[in-house]
Design a protein around this ligand. Structure first.
Ligand code: AMP
Length: 426
C-alpha cells in the first residue's frame, strides 16, 4: 500500500514525497486511519518504526482545516532531543503547509521560547518540566488544544514525569484527541492511558522490521579489556556511524576522551553537557564529522541518525527494555544495523534474559585474545603487536590481556566481513 491511500491534503502529501517515503511502515498503516478519524490511539511501538510520522501526518492533516496561530496540537516527549527531533519532522513533513511549530524544553533560555510562543505557533513539542514553567508563567495558552500526543510514555514514567503530565493535562480541554505511544506498557502507563484516553484503538507493533533488520552479537569480555575490544572492533569492522553506550556520564566522557586521543573521530552526548554542546555533538554526528558517538541512555533517547550502522553496548543496559531502546537507534526505517554488546560476569543474568527474547537472532562472538567464555577468569599475558594498517594512530592503550577461554575452539578470525565472520550460537 502507498501513502496515496490515506488521501492526505496535497500540501501534507508533498512532505511525504519530499522525504522520499514510498510505503507506510506498519505503525503508520495501522495508526494513520484511526487517528485521521479522530479516534484516541494507544500504540505500543519502539522508536525507529516510523511512529513520528504516524502521528505527525494526521495532525498536519487536521490542522490544515480551521484557524491558525493558536496552539492546537501538543506533543509531549521525555527528552530535549526527542522534542527537537519531532519538531524537525514537523518542519520537514509540513514544509508546504505553513503550519508553525515550536520546541520547548529546559536547559536553554526561556525568553527565546516566550518570544516564539508569542509569534503564534500551531503545534508545540515539549518536555514536561519546561512546559509547566510556561504554564505557570502564563506564557503558553493550551486552551485550544485539539490533539495531545504522549510520546515514549514509558520513558517519561522512568524519568518521573507522570505527575507533571497529569498537571499539564488539567490545562487542556477535556474534549480532545489523545494519542499515547510507548515501547512497553508498565502498569503505571496503563493506568495513565485508562485515565486519559477514551475508547482507544490499541495498536501493537512488536519486534518488527527495524528490529528484524538488526543483528545482535554478544562479546563476553573482562571489564578491563572493554576498551581494547572496542578499538579492535572499530578497526576491523566496516561501519558508517557508530553509537556507543556507556552506563554513566563520566564513563561516556572518559571513553570518548580515550578514543579521541587514539585518533578516532569521536564525540560524546551525556547529561552534563549544555544544550548548545549537545546540539553541536548531535549535528556533528549526524553530518558525519564524527564517526563515533559515546552516549548515555537518557541522552541518546530519540536520536534519529539514519546512518547509524552499529550500536555498541560498551556497558550492558540495565534492563531488556533499555536494550530495545538502544538498538532502536540502528536499523532505522528500512536500513540494516548491527548491535554489539559487551558482556562481563556481572551481566550474565540480563544476557540470559535477552537471549530468551532474541533467540536464534543472537550470536556470541569472540575476538582472539580479548574475549572469553563464561565463567570469567583472566590471566595476564604478554602484549600483542598491533598490526593496524588503516592509517589510524597506533593503539597504545591496548591492554596486555589474554583471557583464559575455557574452550578448545580454534582462534577466531579477526575481521568481520561476511565471508569470514565466525560466530556460534550459545
Ligand atoms: P521514527 O520511528 O519516527 O523515529 O522514524 C525512524 C526513521 O524512519 C526516521 O528517520 C524517519 O524519517 C524514517 N521513516 C519514517 N517513516 C518512513 C517511511 N514510511 N519510509 C521510509 N522511512 C521512514
Amino acid at each position: 500500500m502507498s501513502f496515496e491511500k490515506f488521501e492526505l491534503h496535497a500540501k501534507v502529501f508533498a512532505g511525504v514525497q519530499e522525504l522520499g517515503y514510498i510505503r507506510p511502515t506498519p505503525i503508520q498503516l495501522e495508526s494513520i486511519p484511526p487517528i485521521m478519524e479522530g479516534r484516541d490511539v494507544m500504540g505500543i511501538a519502539q522508536t525507529g518504526t516510523g511512529k513520528t510520522a504516524a502521528f505527525v501526518l494526521p495532525i498536519l492533516q487536521r490542522l490544515m482545516q480551521g484557524s491558525r496561530g493558536h496552539v492546537r496540537a501538543l506533543i509531549i516527549a521525555p527528552t530535549r532531543e526527542l522534542s527537537e527531533q519531532t519538531h524537525k519532522a514537523i518542519g520537514q513533513l509540513g514544509r508546504r503547509t505553513e503550519l508553525r511549530s515550536a520546541s520547548i524544553y529546559g536547559g536553554v533560555s526561556i525568553q527565546g521560547q516566550i518570544k516564539k510562543l508569542r509569534d503564534k505557533v500551531d503545534i508545540i513539542t515539549a518536555c514536561p518540566g519546561r512546559l509547566l514553567d510556561h504554564i505557570n508563567r502564563g506564557t503558553v495558552d493550551l486552551s485550544k488544544i485539539e490533539v495531545l500526543v504522549l510520546d515514549e510514555a514509558d520513558h517519561m514514567f522512568d524519568m518521573g514525569f507522570l505527575p507533571d503530565i497529569r498537571r499539564i493535562v488539567k490545562h487542556l480541554p477535556a474534549k480532545r484527541q489523545t494519542l499515547l505511544f510507548s515501547a512497553t506498557m508498565p502498569d503505571d502507563i496503563r493506568v495513565l492511558a485508562n485515565d486519559l484516553l477514551q475508547n482507544p484503538v490499541n495498536i501493537k507493533i512488536g519486534f518488527t522490521a527495524p528490529v528484524e533488520s538488526v543483528t545482535h552479537r554478544f562479546y563476553p569480555v573482562q571489564m578491563e579489556s572493554k576498551t581494547a575490544l572496542l578499538k579492535d572492533i572499530l578497526d576491523k569492522t566496516e561501519t558508517e556511524s557508530v553509537l556507543v553506550f556507556t552506563r554513566t556520564k563520566s564513563r561516556a566522557k572518559s571513553l570518548a576522551r580515550q578514543l579521541d586521543s587514539s585518533g578516532y573521530k569521536v564525540t560524546s552526548l551525556h547529561g552534563n553537557l549544555t544544550q548548545p554542546k549537545r546540539q553541536q555533538a548531535l549535528d556533528g554526528f549526524r553530518d558525519g564529522r564524527y564517526e563515533i558517538m559515546v552516549a548515555t541512555d537518557i541522552a541518546a533517547r530519540g536520536i534519529d541518525v539514519t546512518r547509524i550502522s552499529h550500536v555498541i553496548n560498551y556497558d550492558m543496559p540495565s534492563t531488556a527494555d533499555a536494550y530495545t531502546h538502544r538498538i532502536g537507534r540502528t536499523g532505522r526505517a528500512s536500513k540494516t544495523g548491527d548491535a554489539f554488546t559487551f558482556v562481563t560476569g556481572q551481566d550474565v543474568v540480563l544476557a540470559h534474559s535477552l537471549k530468551k527474547v532474541l533467540g536464534e537472532k543472537l550470536q556470541y562472538h569472540s575476538v582472539d585474545g580479548l574475549t572469553i567464555t563464561m565463567p570469567l577468569t583472566a590471566t595476564p599475558a604478554p602484549a600483542r603487536r598491533n598490526n593496524n594498517s588503516n592509517g589510524r594512530k597506533p593503539d597504545k592503550s591496548r591492554r596486555p590481556f589474554t583471557l583464559s577461554a575455557k574452550t578448545n575452539r580454534k582462534p577466531v578470525q579477526r575481521s568481520f566481513t561476511s565471508e569470514n565472520r565466525q560466530s556460534w550460537a550459545h
